[in-house]
Design a protein around this ligand. Structure first.
Ligand code: FES
Length: 378
């Protein structure tokens, strides 16, 4: 057996200063821990999607990955109790002449348990499934669930969906964000672009993530999305932003892998409010959804507001209820959107996954994308 080529990690006194650190020795990245007077060394690369274990934290003798909190024994590399077979390599260490030494030949091999992929992770079909046009309505208004109130944006959204069904034989689905329980984006992208995953890291960790049907319908089911929002302080609703932040993972797939999840899909908007700022609200939504790959029909939004001077919330609801024009505007918006989907489908592949740096702000492939540290997985 070949003699071990021990590598010098540095003076023990210095290494004892940190309870956990990420070190690169030769080609090997390790998570070096020090607790209760003892060192431990395991691979610094998490089995999940490569998180830097040495930058995590210690919970007793477990190292917690900083990206999505998978846990490993700090000395053996075995997964937390119940997941012992989920293993990263563990390394032999010794102290000699006041220095800590590491044998780079791992004591144990990396072993990844099979994790069944979520249905959301299935490949996006290049061509739509045949059948009726599929129109998704997303209502972002917020209200008290037990005592619902009249919503101008949702009323017009329902009129648009009914129009799509009656005039185009479309299959429709209405999702009210207000009915769904889902967590705020927790900033995985801020940890690292690779920590932000598709499906969303939260969806992967939380089997009850209420945003799953929204992802499913937007990415896999719908040809057309009609999105309705009230104007709140000159901006779309807070629930709109809560949803949109969770969609960073869709855009990030383009940045990381040139993988476009939204293709040949159309989105249009319904915006209502007591005061104005319609164009700013529309601008926010147009900009965001264009970055995901959505297409727009001609005149991609309808809107209503009484305006700054004329704001009068006592008659706003009545105004919308009585307005045949707004309802026919909503139905027309649905028509333009379905017709746009028809054109896109007929012209198939207007947007393909071969577009040069699409959605990446024209950056070159490797620019600004730092891959996670890798190590041989022997
Ligand atoms: S838990 Fe480590 S990369 Fe996700």
């Amino acid at each position: 057996m070949a003699e071990a080529q021990w590598l010098d990690l540095g003076p023990v006194e210095q290494l004892q200063q940190k309870s956990l650190q990420q070190l690169t020795v030769g080609k090997t990245v390790i998570a070096l821990s020090y607790a209760n007077g003892e060192f431990g060394a395991i691979s610094g690369v998490c089995n999940h999607v490569g998180g830097p274990l040495g930058k995590g934290c210690l919970e007793g003798d477990l190292i917690v990955c900083p990206w999505h909190r998978w846990r490993y024994d700090r000395k053996t590399g075995s997964g937390e109790p119940g997941y012992e077979e989920e293993r990263v390599p563990g390394y032999e260490i010794k102290i000699e002449n006041g220095h800590l030494w590491l044998n780079p030949t791992p004591l144990t091999k990396r072993h990844k348990l099979p994790h069944p992929a979520l249905p959301l992770a299935r490949p996006v079909k290049a061509e739509r499934d045949p059948g009726a046009w599929r129109v998704l309505g997303v209502s972002t208004t917020v209200m008290e669930k037990n005592y619902p109130r009249y919503s101008t944006s949702e009323t017009l959204l329902q009129a648009a969906l009914d129009g799509a069904q009656q005039n185009h034989g479309a299959q429709t689905q209405l999702l009210r964000l207000n009915d769904l329980k889902f967590r705020n984006c927790e900033g995985y992208y801020s940890k690292s672009s690779h920590a932000c995953t598709w499906p969303c890291s939260i969806t992967q960790m939380d089997p009850n993530d209420g945003l799953t049907p929204v992802y499913e319908a937007m990415v896999h089911w719908a040809d057309v999305i009609l999105l309705a929002t009230p104007i709140r302080w000159g901006a779309p609703s807070s629930l709109y932003f809560k949803m949109v932040e969770r969609m960073n993972c869709i855009q990030n797939q383009i940045t990381l892998f040139n993988k476009i999840l939204i293709q040949n899909k159309v989105i249009s908007f319904i915006i209502t409010g007591g005061q104005d700022n319609i164009q700013a609200v529309a601008g926010e939504m147009l900009a965001f959804f264009s970055e995901l790959g959505f297409m727009f029909p001609p005149f991609p939004y309808i809107a209503h507001s009484l305006g700054w001077e004329a704001e009068n919330m006592e008659r706003n609801m009545e105004f919308v209820q009585a307005s045949a024009e707004l309802k026919s505007g909503a139905i027309d918006l649905a028509r333009r959107s379905v017709e746009m989907a028809e054109r896109l489908c007929a012209a198939a592949k207007i947007v393909g996954d071969k577009m040069e740096r699409a959605g990446r702000k024209a950056h070159r492939d490797k620019q600004n994308v730092k891959k996670p540290e890798t190590v041989d997985h022997s």
